[in-house]
Design a protein. Structure first.
Length: 332
């Protein structure tokens, strides 16, 4: 098979491209480089610069590279931006996907893997989120991921495409410093950013009904996530692959914000106490995946722990942001 990876120059996509190419899969990347970085890609992975919404480019790319499967990661992913610009999120994440699926169907491509998110669940009040937990996204970003899943399944049924939707939980870490996430949208880079500015980390709410009062999340190392894509792609490669699989990608273990901030203090050597601020609207007390279906269907289980995520992310942060941890202060 030859796999087209959309968004392959992004943080997660570059890890997926590297893992799949490293395992002997033929891959080609399409990316508009709006947030992607070409230098993240291995030299032997071709990059087609361009956007999802260019149907003619997709058609040419499928033909020129004899593409037989698609791993679709390209999307906009910032929750706050999606609240401010919902039409843009629907246009790019859902409209772009519709254009891509039209081109996939027209080219007779029969395998499709979609990058979904735990954001489809919203804030369910359950101990472990299974794939049967009702979906109720609480922001336009999550809505575009849920609508994307519906669209993928419907197009799969209409055109006989075998489809898989992977619902990632909280992604962190880097397989190599140069592949690290350069955005400051998730908790690990947000804490690094505060420390680098010589400011205390912030915790939003410590009065949740959780063991230490702070929110609990399920963190997944991006290298494990990339291996999950490889496992899912291999499952889709089977000659008799058909239907849809929708599966959580997490570790099945909760880590509280306070535990994570403490761990970041140990890894960076900057142990200044966090400041506690008010709750943020929309934050669920607990969001932890059941990882059972992924183990059963993909034969995949996460191998890397939270310390490895923080250590590898810190090496990446220092490469991209330079220098040493913030200087010691009296508050430490
Ligand atoms: N990072 C996370 O924690 C997380 C969690 C759940 C799901 N996801 C999903 O994973 C996917 C990848 O996320 P990421 O963190 O690597 O983000 P990213 O911004 O680093 O990567 C997205 C890539 O897609 C490209 N892109 C965006 N719109 C495009 C378009 N219209 N045409 C072509 N290329 C386009 C960007 O240039 C970039 O390289 C997204 O679908 C995101 O919603 C991410």
């Amino acid at each position: 098979m030859t796999w087209l990876i959309t968004g392959g120059a992004g943080y997660i996509g570059a890890h997926v491209a590297r893992a799949m190419a490293g395992a002997g899969e033929r891959v080609v990347v399409l990316d508009d480089l709006s947030t992607g970085v070409p230098g993240r890609l291995p030299a032997d992975v071709p990059l087609v610069p361009g956007t999802l919404s260019d149907g003619a480019l997709l058609e040419r790319t499928f033909a020129e590279h004899a593409v037989t499967g698609v791993v679709h990661l390209a999307a906009r992913k910032q929750v706050a931006e999606s609240v401010a610009q919902p039409t843009r999120y629907y246009r790019e994440n859902v409209g772009g996907l519709a254009t891509l699926l039209d081109a996939v169907a027209a080219a007779g491509i029969g395998r499709f893997l979609f990058s979904s998110s735990a954001a489809v669940y919203g804030n369910p009040d359950v101990d472990l989120i299974t794939e049967d937990t009702p979906c109720a996204p609480v922001n336009p970003y999550g809505e575009t991921k849920l609508a994307g899943e519906w669209l993928v399944r419907a197009a799969g049924q209409a055109h006989g495409i075998a489809t898989t939707c992977l619902r990632y939980f909280n992604v962190a870490g880097a397989a190599a410093p140069e592949l690290a996430d350069t955005g400051v949208f998730n908790i690990v880079p947000m804490v690094f950013d505060r420390l680098t500015r010589d400011e205390a980390p912030r915790i939003f709410g410590d009065d949740y009904p959780t063991p230490d009062g702070t929110c609990v999340r399920d963190y997944i190392h991006v290298a494990d996530l990339a291996e999950a894509h490889l496992a899912a792609a291999r499952r889709l490669s089977a000659p008799d692959a058909s239907g849809d699989l929708t599966v959580n990608i997490g570790r099945g273990e909760g880590v509280s914000v306070r535990e994570l901030v403490t761990l970041i203090g140990e890894v960076t050597g900057d142990r200044r106490p966090a400041v506690v601020e008010g709750r943020r609207p929309g934050d669920a007390p607990r969001a932890v995946a059941s990882a059972a279906l992924a183990a059963r269907e993909l034969g995949w289980t996460a191998r890397r722990g939270v310390r490895e995520m923080v250590e590898s992310a810190w090496r990446g942060w220092r490469l991209h942001h330079g220098g040493e941890p913030a200087a010691p202060t009296q508050t430490r």
